[in-house]
Ligand binder design. Sequence first.
Ligand SMILES: Cc1ncc(COP(=O)(O)O)c(C=O)c1O
Length: 409
Amino acid sequence: MTPTASAPTLSAAPTDQPSTPPTAILGTYKRAPMLLTRGEGVRLFDDTGRAYLDFTSGIAVNALGYGDPGIARAIEQATVSGLIHTSNLFSTTPGEALAARLVDLSGFAQRVFFCNSGAEANEGAFKIARKWGRALGGPAKHEIIAVRGGFHGRLFATVAATDRPAYRLPFRPLVPGVHIVERDLGDLETALDRDTTCALIVEPIQGEGGVRVLEPALLQAMRRMTQERQIAFILDEIQCGLGRTGHLFAFERAGVQPDMVTLAKPLAGGLPMGAVLMTQPFADAMAAGDHGTTFGGGPFVASVALHVLDRLADPALLAHVRAVGAVMADGLAAIQARTGRVRAVRGTGLMWGVDVHEPAAAVIERARGLGLLILSAGEHTLRLLPPLVLSREDALAGLDTLEQAITTG
Ligand SMILES: Cc1ncc(COP(=O)(O)O)c(C=O)c1O
């Protein structure tokens, strides 16, 4: 049926916001006012041919930038077998090889569950933790604890574990048995209960929550407490993992080993893929039929991910991230000192948060006008997530533009 002007609608009350261009896509995102048509290296181009230096990476996905010839070849090769999809009722070589490679690289995991997104990976990890907890301590051992400032996805259990009120409140009632506690040892001591808690989930670096790097000592204490109380320690490395810190896994920085790690964003070079890596006791808790996915880990996406993972695990790339990360650290500290308009700078590798006095949206808009794309992480925090292949020269160029955007308001 074609909607008519007189058809009843459930639209929100009119606001004085400028109207968005006509679109048939649901308005769950405030999209930037340009049409992207092409990408090359660390630059995106709009339909007028204008170039933008991209410090967003499609929200931490495009680690290898745009137009990467290796990814293009991997995509081509992945179609040769004719197997785009088979379902998880059958084994395929790429899925098996990718799982084995992730296990090997992780240094802690024995099994992998593949899915299609970050939220799905966390939902899967929650289900695995609940089943494991139930076997260990009975039905009471089902509570999932997340921490203040965390973001774990937009599905129901992950929204319950996500701290931002705007993401949670309109969707109540949320999944019961999921609680948020402060990032504080005393609060965690009280909240993590051997008899009722099955899992603690944290991002080693909170992305959406303002780019907050959790202290190694805090992560180590969390590991100790969860181990002592037989609670699953789940690290959400969906945004901070797979090379962004200059280590393949962010947990390596903190010297802790989790029970499960969730991955997604860069894993398949922009194709949708998520993964839960787990140790054997958690794998043992799950039997055939306990969880599932139609698409997860299909041969096409897994084949491309094998290529991407090899590239992200390359010690030369990780050293590059650490080196360019140091350029970012120095540059951002200098901007803070020079401008007096930056309250704080946080981050590591190629993941940075910059607290500004004015609304982040205003700086983002000015940066875009100057040809630099950046993100926010809360009202007053700019978030920088450039592709991991960012050169030193482009890092400096981006910092220069960022300084202009910060100071011209
Ligand atoms: C830390 C973290 N966890 C989970 C998610 C959810 O991932 P997805 O959007 O793929 O569901 C995100 C997405 O931004 C994230 O940053």
